[in-house]
Design a protein around this ligand. Structure first.
Ligand code: ADP
Ligand code: MG
Length: 707
């Protein structure tokens, strides 16, 4: 089936057709192999070459039936993108023909040349070998290109010859293992008979759509994903119904095709129009386990771009494509559940099940408070610096929203005011019932960076363009760390039930400073947070350096998620990519303003001079308005010129600091980035003066309203 005939096929037949998921495996694998693979996925067994051989063969047959000619190990290097190296299935025979082959070994392990991926000094070029290893728990899938080519993609983790993580996936998988291990210890004390604990994630993805014909004339969008200049259209234009109507029909055509493409991959997507900014949309798939959700979010971002291109649109994933207009983020909905189907973050209404909810809840509160700077770091990138704390996205300060009811329950449990809501007078851990919290009670606050929303936490700081691997790695590891402290203490106790009560009270009282149910955008909160001693890391460069600090190294080593060397290399890679990002942005800004905006101002100045001369020659003598405009334009052009020259000089200086990544990143942030604001201001002022037909590039009006 190709991409054109899906409209006539029922969705249930399309759904998952390109995913080698559980249903396909059960159907195609011998029962014993299927069961064996399930144990491998659960982490209880190691993958044997016999099992791999049978799975590889079934996978190949399935892929060939659907027109695949190639396979690839699909991985996520530290570029933040995905990478693939295609091999064909063909194997020549002696009589000059080919047969299609795919072995268990080829499924299990690949060996792409690692030298062109960032490793932050982990791997010298002479030992450029990197290995990809199959992530058995994430379904293989088929990727179709626009001309009908089909490739079997095998989700993998990417490691160096000496075993260091070179990608986003390895630490995530390790963190899932860590939280599984520690959560099982705690659940065992609670008498819960569970074999595995899994973290789940449902990422809500925001994006903008712009018309490709305008995009193609904006080199800044093409190279950096954001507009480095552009004056905001007036409010009246924003409200224009005509443009709005046009957006809807074109975007909805795009969305139905997008849904189909995602459904084919087994990604359960629902789409909705986002009202916040013009041409901005959101898509939210149903949640999966963290590693699968991470793979699928990468795939979703890729599919967004691919399908947009078919509609002559461009999907912008940047956190802040347009200054002055709301930016994009990703809401990382996160929960922990057991293999027996219990969501540990579900308050529920069965008394016996309450203890685990409360215990995990306070563990999360402590983890978020203790490791707030690392969570902040996990949401840092150059794009998000335009958002966090900028009155539209969560502030840069990490706090937790629990809602009044849950806060009261915790207060009551911790020796504070008795809980008197509804029919419950007192709450005693493990004895009384915690009422089911209605969604509207838990989901009111939209300004909180980390909000409890009924049966999950929503981490709302995550940048729209970035992989969710890192935020979830940090979240899992931080919570695993506190659970291990809890387990240590409770395992030693002669009266675990009593100790648990003490632990809850003590933990909550010590860490409730991170709980804030008010408006996170307000200035009061800024002051309040400061008095509570909460960190306010305002920028990406400072956030990255948290990674290398002792407490971070200790945390990640303790749970075998990342070693000191791996953390240092990651910090270096992130700092370098930050510098590169600002370098490209500044360069394209110079290019655009010097070669397009400044000359446009010159042409307008000429036109005005001609007009003034004409008026004088004809003896009309009312040229004052034109004279004033001429003065204004030339003054602003002058200002623009001076600021461009200054930016050029500062950029050159920053480029030469290349021996120290931190120093360089700081130079880009404090000096180059700061000067870019001046160039922008000058250019945007000129845009308000120069006639529309003389303005050389598409405007915000074109990009945001003409679709
Ligand atoms: P919202 O009110 O923010 O739209 P939804 O209930 O629609 O919230 O969920 C948004 C996202 O959260 C979806 O991707 C959904 O699958 C995911 N989600 C729902 N329950 C869970 C859970 N238990 N764990 C992780 N993600 C979840
Ligand atoms: Mg949400």
């Amino acid at each position: 089936m190709n991409i054109t005939d899906f409209t006539k096929t029922p969705v249930n037949e399309i759904y998952g057709m390109n995913s080698f998921g559980d249903a396909v495996m059960r159907e195609r694998l011998p029962k014993s192999i299927y069961n064996e693979l399930k144990l491998v996925q659960k982490g209880s067994n190691r993958l044997s070459s016999e099992v791999a051989e049978v799975v590889a063969n079934a996978m190949k047959d399935w892929a060939l039936e659907r027109g695949a000619t190639h396979y690839t190990h699909w991985f996520q290097p530290l570029t933040g993108l995905t990478a693939e190296k295609h091999d064909s299935f063909i194997s020549p025979t002696e009589d000059g023909r080919v047969i299609m082959e795919f072995s268990g070994k080829e499924l299990m392990q690949g060996e792409p040349d690692a030298s062109s991926f960032p490793s932050g000094g982990l791997r010298a070029t002479f030992e450029a070998r990197g290995y990809t290893a199959w992530d058995t728990a994430s379904p293989a899938f088929l990727k179709e290109d626009n001309s009908g080519g089909v490739t079997l993609c095998i989700p993998t983790a990417f490691i160096s010859y000496t075993g260091e993580a070179l990608d986003m996936k390895v630490p995530l998988l390790r963190s899932m293992e860590a939280i599984n291990k520690q959560a099982l210890r705690v659940l065992k004390i609670l008498g819960m008979n569970v074999e595995q604990v899994i973290t789940s994630v449902g990422p809500e993805q925001e994006y903008f759509l712009v018309d490709k014909k305008f995009y193609d004339k904006r080199p800044d969008l093409m190279l950096t994903g954001r507009t480095v200049i552009g004056s905001k259209p007036s409010k009246g234009q924003e409200m224009d119904d005509h443009y709005f109507g046009a957006i809807k029909s074109r975007a909805s055509g795009f969305m139905s095709e997008l849904n189909m493409e995602l459904w084919k991959l087994g990604i359960a997507a629902k789409t909705q129009h986002n009202e916040v900014a013009p041409n901005q949309f959101e898509i939210a798939p149903i949640f999966d386990s963290s590693n699968v959700a991470t793979d699928r979010n990468q795939l979703l971002m890729e599919t967004l771009k691919k399908v947009a291109a078919r509609h002559d649109l461009v999907a912008l994933l940047h956190e802040k494509p347009f200054a002055g207009v709301n930016g994009s983020g990703k809401h990382n909905n996160w929960s922990i559940s057991t293999d027996t189907g219990i969501n540990l973050l579900e308050p529920g209404d069965d008394p016996i099940k309450n203890a685990h909810f409360i215990l995990f809840l306070v563990a999360i509160i402590k983890a978020v408070d203790k490791y707030a700077p690392l969570l902040r770091m996990s949401a840092a990138n150059a794009g998000n610096d335009h958002r966090l704390g900028a009155n539209e996205a969560p502030p840069a300060i990490i706090s937790i929203f629990l809602g009044d009811q849950l806060t009261q329950i915790l207060e009551s449990l911790s020796g504070g005011k008795k809980y008197t809501n509804g029919d419950i007078e007192t709450i005693e851990l493990g004895v009384s019932t915690i009422p089911k919290l209605p969604k509207d009670l838990t989901d009111r606050n939209r300004t909180s960076p980390f909000a409890f929303t009924g049966n999950k936490f929503e981490f709302r700081m995550v940048p729209s363009s970035m992989s969710i691997a890192n935020p979830n790695t940090i979240l899992n590891t931080a919570v695993a760390d506190i659970l291990s402290e809890f387990a240590d203490r409770l395992e030693k106790s002669s009266n675990p039930k009593e100790s648990m009560k003490e632990l809850v009270a003590e933990t909550y009282n010590k860490h409730k400073r991170v709980v804030y149910n008010g408006n996170n955008y307000s200035n009061e909160w800024l002051k309040e947070a400061e008095s509570r001693g909460l960190a306010n890391i305002t920028n990406t460069v400072d956030a990255y350096t948290e990674m290398e600090k002792d407490y971070s190294v200790e945390l990640f080593s303790r749970h075998s998620v990342l070693t000191k060397t791996e953390l240092e290399s990651r910090c270096e890679i992130h700092l370098e990519s930050y510098s590169q990002q600002i370098n490209i942005e500044a360069s394209i800004m110079i290019e655009l303003t010097k070669k397009q905006v400044f000359p446009a101002a010159g042409r307008y100045i000429n036109q005005l001079s001609d007009t003034i001369t004409g008026l004088k020659v004809s003896g009309v003598n009312n040229e004052t308005g034109f004279m004033k405009m001429l003065g204004k334009v030339s003054e602003n052009a002058d200002n623009l010129y001076n600021n461009i020259i200054k930016l050029e000089e500062l950029l050159l200086t920053a480029q030469t600091i290349d021996s120290n990544p931190l120093e360089q990143a700081n130079a880009y942030r404090k000096v180059v980035f700061a000067q870019m604001a001046n160039v922008r201001e000058a250019s945007d002022t000129l845009e308000t003066l120069v006639p529309c037909d003389m303005w050389p590039i598409p405007t915000y009006l074109d990009l945001l309203f003409r679709l």
